[in-house]
Design a protein around this ligand. Sequence first.
Ligand code: A3P
Length: 297
Amino acid sequence: MKIAKDAFRRFPLKNVRGVPLMEAIVQNWESVCTFCPDPSDLLMAAYPKAGITWTQEIVDLLLHNGDAMACRRAPTILRHPFLEIFSPPPIPSGLDLLNKMDPPRVIKTHLPIQLVPEGFWKNKCKVIYVARNAKDNLVSYYHFDRMNLTHPDPGPWDGYIHKFMKGELAWGSWYDHVKGYWEERQKINILYLFYEDMKENPRREVERIMKYLDLSCSDDVIKRVVELTSFKVMKDNPMANYTFITKPIFDHSISPFMRKGWCFFQYFILISCVVVMVLLLDKNILLKNYCKAMFQY
Ligand code: A3P
């Protein structure tokens, strides 16, 4: 795909009803908010970097009864249009892609609930939401903003944390985002997932998604879906790891899209295990004393 050299840069953010969004989205806001989905369309929503790509892959595999080849038909962004995204030509906007696809479609969004086009609620579309704990979400977003050369420069880490806490990053406040969908989840039948639950027990969460979509897959298919959506497999899948998007948009040499796929609790458990092992070995006096000092016993 040929891209004009100067078409891409770190675009500034502009506000829509108090939510900072990328400039191009704001310029095309009227066409986004008047988009009318079909009742059979599925909306997949999340704050940026909460694990939506992972969930999209699970959904696609379930919809294709675990057929890996079918799900490698195109990169994620072309299989599941990103509702509000507008990039300079020749990259098609989410709405361009949607207009060329027949329902039922799987539609991705990062919009907070109050900005989701009314048509989704009027037509009672199904909605899957993914939330991730603030700490891992923030770290992941920071590295993403470094490598996504169309997002504002993240600047130093300290300043970035403050922007995150004040809701000044693209798509606004993490807190308002996760809370907004949480509060409406029963009224409009949103399947609300947590990244950490998916890490802890992927099979259980795959089954929840399957039931929500009114599908019934065999045990073998469910197992295959879990395997094919493991971090390791997805990291090597060019149709799911975003290596399809290269410079001048994503610079994977700064940070890969699929970075670690870990959560804070895993680090905590790992560090605890290392400390326990060091204490048990009881050989290195220096380390032992250091640990003693740290835990003050
Ligand atoms: P990290 O940057 O912490 O690695 P999104 O798809 O919403 O942009 O979220 C991207 C985050 O989800 C990245 O987190 C990415 O590694 C993680 N991710 C993607 N696929 C995953 C998988 N199969 N298992 C665990 N984490 C995954």
